[in-house]
Design a protein around this ligand. Structure first.
Ligand SMILES: O=c1ccn([C@@H]2O[C@H](COP(=O)(O)O)[C@@H](O)[C@H]2O)c(=O)[nH]1
Length: 223
């Protein structure tokens, strides 16, 4: 399977359609997140899904178990290949998400956002390093019965060792020479893959390139 999922972060349905059409056959799937969903809703997701790429619905749900379970049930007709929730929502919330998801959907728990470093965690009252917090939340996600986690490429190797059958989604991917933007824990595509990533989420290095298809081809060819 092609592990590259392109993050289509735009509120513009036409632009999303153009990217998904141009990248089908080059990448393995399309990730649609809050920006796209807020503007276009489930109908927009269904329209992009109709273009042929597997859909990763990255809504990072985080609420009480009943609310998250009902939200996942409401999203179930979209049958996303992957759906995110926040591991910090706790064991019962994670279990409720998994129970409400279609069998074909991988429910993955976001551990520590790749835009955060140790200083950011300390500001939120977490004194441990990101790697330790990822380890803790990965163990919780595993125990709760979801399919895997989202973490950075800096932690995926250890996480994979501890959960060999897990599904590991790695954003914060930056090919040599590309802008970090708001990402703080980044690795290259090949480092993420060699670390044990199941899916590489890559947004701006592809979508902000003058020729997104050529940028995606270069990344996939280097794996
Ligand atoms: O920890 C996380 C979780 C999710 N993301 C999402 O991945 C993409 C990354 O986009 P880039 O343009 O390649 O930075 C974006 O949609 C985020 O919402 C993440 O970056 N980190």
């Amino acid at each position: 399977m092609n592990p590259v999922f392109v993050a289509i972060d735009t509120p513009d349905l036409g632009r999303a359609r153009e990217l998904a059409t141009g990248l089908a056959g080059i990448v393995g799937g399309a990730k649609l997140g809050l920006e796209f969903f807020g503007a276009n809703g489930p109908a927009g997701v269904a329209e992009i899904a109709g273009l042929g790429l597997p859909i990763f619905l990255d809504l990072k749900l985080h609420d009480i178990p009943n609310t998250v379970g009902k939200a996942v049930a409401a999203l179930a007709p979209l049958e996303p290949a992957i759906l995110t929730v926040h591991a910090a929502g706790g064991r019962a919330m994670l279990a409720a998400a998994k129970a409400a998801a279609p069998l074909s959907t991988k429910v993955v728990a976001v551990t520590v956002l790749t835009s955060l470093d140790a200083g950011d965690l300390a500001e939120a009252g977490v004194e441990d390093a990101p790697a330790k917090q990822v380890e803790r939340l990965a163990a919780l996600a595993h125990a709760a019965g979801v399919d895997g986690i989202v973490c950075s490429g800096e932690e995926v190797g250890t996480a994979r060792d501890r959960w060999p059958g897990g599904f590991f989604v790695v954003p914060g991917i930056r090919p040599e020479g590309s802008d970090l933007s708001d990402q703080k824990r980044v690795v290259s595509p090949i480092e993420a893959l060699e670390g044990g990533a199941s899916v590489l989420v890559i947004g701006r290095p592809i979508t902000a390139a003058p020729d997104p298809a050529a940028a995606a081809r270069r990344i996939v060819a280097a794996l």
